[in-house]
Structure formats: structure tokens, C-alpha cells
Design a protein around this ligand. Structure first.
Ligand code: FES
Ligand code: FES
Length: 156
């Protein structure tokens, strides 16, 4: 066991866990952040996608030791009341079906738009390629990313 200082959603948090514990367990089990979902556990489905230092990352294959000193953002840290532009676009286009994959989809979209504020369809598909949706919401996800880009630009 070891104590690891994490910086999660703008707050300093401390966890006492073995060094190789996946960050996802620290977030969900110790810190009560249930937005990042457990899907595959091997970095393949995207359900757990969160941001590490602003980039999309997979907490299921990132250890707490590797996360120390880095900025971790889960979907809970995007906004206080769900009004982040990506969340607004998701609601406007009613993207979610069962919802399980959607926090990961949203966090991948946030990372994409931070790096590329006006992505075309091919760039959206490439950035979200590894976010799997069993319900098949891919067309609405793509449209919502484009809508979020409009909202962030201030278009109506
Ligand atoms: S649970 Fe992390 S990528 Fe599938
Ligand atoms: S909305 Fe059901 S898995 Fe994506």
C-alpha cells in the first residue's frame, strides 16, 4: 500500500492503495466518482475515458502511481450543472440510448475539441474510434461533436 496524492476535478485527493491499482478503481471505489464506467478493463472500449492533463486517457489501464501529480478530470469535473458545451450538445441531440458509454464518448469529444475546435467527420471518427457503443449511437455522437463545436464558437 502507499499513499498517492491525486489532483481530481480541481481538488487535491489522497488515496491509500497499492501502486499498481488502476486509477479507475481509485476514482470509482475510493472517491465515489461513478461517471467513468468499467467496460473492458483493458483500454479497449473507452467506457472509462477521462482526461489526464487535458488529454483523453483510460483510467482502467493507468495506475494510481502513474497518475500522481497529473490533473485528472472525470465527467463530474466538466461543469457544476451539466452546461459544458459538449454536455449541452449531447442533450440537444438526445444522443444517449442506454447511456453506459456516454461519459467516455463525451470526454473523448472534450479532448478532441480542445485540440481541434473544428473537426471534420473523419477527424471525429478517428478521435472517437475506440469509444465503443453497443447501442450504435455513432451518428448522433458525431453530430453532437459538430454541434458542440458550434456552441463553443458561439454560433446559435
Ligand atoms: S474500461 Fe477502460 S477502456 Fe474499457
Ligand atoms: S448508449 Fe448504450 S452503449 Fe452507448
Amino acid at each position: 500500500m502507499g499513499r498517492y496524492r491525486l489532483h481530481v476535478n480541481g481538488e487535491r485527493r489522497e488515496v491509500d492503495l497499492p501502486a499498481d491499482t488502476p486509477l479507475l478503481w481509485a476514482l470509482r471505489e475510493q472517491l465515489g466518482l461513478l461517471g467513468p464506467k468499467y467496460g473492458c478493463g483493458v483500454g479497449a472500449c473507452g467506457a472509462c475515458t477521462s482526461l489526464l492533463d487535458g488529454r483523453a486517457a483510460r483510467p482502467c489501464v493507468t495506475t494510481v502511481a502513474e497518475s500522481q501529480g497529473r490533473r485528472v478530470t472525470t465527467i463530474e469535473g466538466l461543469s457544476d450543472d451539466g452546461d459544458h458545451p459538449v454536455q449541452r450538445a449531447w442533450l440537444e441531440l438526445d444522443v444517449a440510448q442506454c447511456g453506459y458509454c456516454q461519459p467516455g464518448q463525451i470526454m473523448s469529444a472534450v479532448a478532441l475539441l480542445a485540440a481541434n475546435p473544428d473537426p471534420d467527420d473523419a477527424e471525429i471518427d478517428a478521435a472517437l474510434r475506440d469509444n465503443v457503443c453497443r447501442c450504435g449511437t455513432y451518428a448522433r455522437v458525431r453530430a453532437a461533436v459538430r454541434r458542440a463545436a458550434e456552441i463553443e464558437r458561439g454560433d446559435r
